[in-house]
Write a protein that binds this ligand. Structure first.
Ligand SMILES: [Zn+2]
Ligand SMILES: [Zn+2]
Ligand SMILES: [Zn+2]
Length: 127
């Protein structure tokens, strides 16, 4: 019988105000109609993001790129950050934007502005 930590840590979600509609639950850009519900939160005004949540770089936490839902965070304005060490994306310099088309997410980091640190394989072995 083993005691101690569970096999997997439970997934924790943070409840955040929907960035796309700013918690109003309505389509902020009246794309369908001013009465249509926000496609991100389904009208609840809140979104759940896996903890720890950090602001999305691509939309700067607004959930929208121009009038479109941000493809990086799905419109919530936040993305969950992995537990692994991350480094700033060298392609977009952390902005999350594609250099040729700022409305597009950076292909390398997928708009997050950071990537999981890749430990390079080399001849030297850690420890
Ligand atoms: Zn919403
Ligand atoms: Zn975003
Ligand atoms: Zn990038």
């Amino acid at each position: 019988m083993k005691k101690g930590r569970p096999y997997r840590d439970p997934v924790v979600f943070e409840e955040l105000v929907c960035a796309f509609c700013r918690g109003r639950g309505r389509d902020p850009f009246d794309i369908m109609s001013s009465l249509s519900t926000c496609c991100v939160c389904g009208g609840s005004g809140k979104v759940l993001v896996q903890a720890p949540a950090v602001a999305c770089a691509h939309c700067q936490g607004t959930g929208a790129v121009k009038t479109l839902t941000c493809t990086t965070c799905g419109g919530s304005g936040s993305v969950s950050r992995p537990l692994q060490p991350t480094v700033s994306c060298s392609v977009c310099k952390g902005s999350g934007d594609d250099a040729s088309a700022p409305a597009m997410a950076c292909l390398k980091c997928r708009g997050k502005g950071w990537i999981i640190e890749q430990l390079r394989k080399g001849k030297r072995v850690h420890e």
